[in-house]
Write a protein of this length. Structure first.
Length: 185
């Protein structure tokens, strides 16, 4: 009887799995950030706003799951030899410590933002505190962007450059609009 796990490991290397998980997590973080900005900018027609908010909230848990997969699978990689400490403690790893550490920090930031958005916890926080914690989503996005851009082994491919330019350009533009709106209202 064939072993499904063995078959999958021979087809997909840990590099393929961690890269796919990391890229998926990044795209989900892009969706989360873009939807949050679109919602606060109120540029989406009111009939579509509930969908934007649902997409914003629903994508968070998938993003966290794919980010965990991205890190955990590295503990099984035969070339990079990451330990649990390398995966979960920022700047612990000897492998490009700064870039790896910033990715881990981004993971913890998305966790904090998500935890403070759980209704039971949100009720305990003042709105201003919740909002200030939620602003951490912006540096979280840029940390994840930098992490993927610098560490991604295929970041120099035409497709990945186009993807990073489009996603980062969109977030940058939406952030500028958000700043402009807050200064003029």
């Amino acid at each position: 009887m064939p072993n499904l796990w063995t078959d999958l490991v021979t087809i997909f290397s840990t590099w393929h799995i961690t890269r796919a998980a990391g890229l998926t997590a990044y795209l989900l973080l892009f969706i989360i950030t873009a939807c949050g900005l679109l919602f606060t900018l109120q540029v989406v027609p009111s009939k579509h706003r509930p969908f934007i908010m649902h997409l914003h909230k629903a994508s968070v848990f998938a993003c966290i799951a794919f980010t965990l997969l991205h890190g955990i699978i590295l503990m099984f990689d035969k070339h990079i030899h990451f330990s649990a400490a390398d995966v979960f403690i920022p700047f612990w790893s000897d492998y490009k410590s700064w870039e790896t550490g910033l990715g881990i920090v981004a993971f913890y930031v998305i966790l904090v933002v998500t935890l403070t958005s759980i209704p039971a916890i949100t009720k305990m926080l003042q709105f201003k505190m919740w909002k200030n914690v939620h602003y951490l989503a912006f540096p979280c996005y840029w940390l994840a962007f930098y992490h993927g851009l610098v560490l991604g082994t295929d970041s120099h491919s035409t497709f990945m450059i186009a993807l990073y330019v489009c996603t980062a350009g969109t977030i940058f533009t939406l952030m500028l609009l958000r700043i402009w709106k807050s200064l003029h209202t």
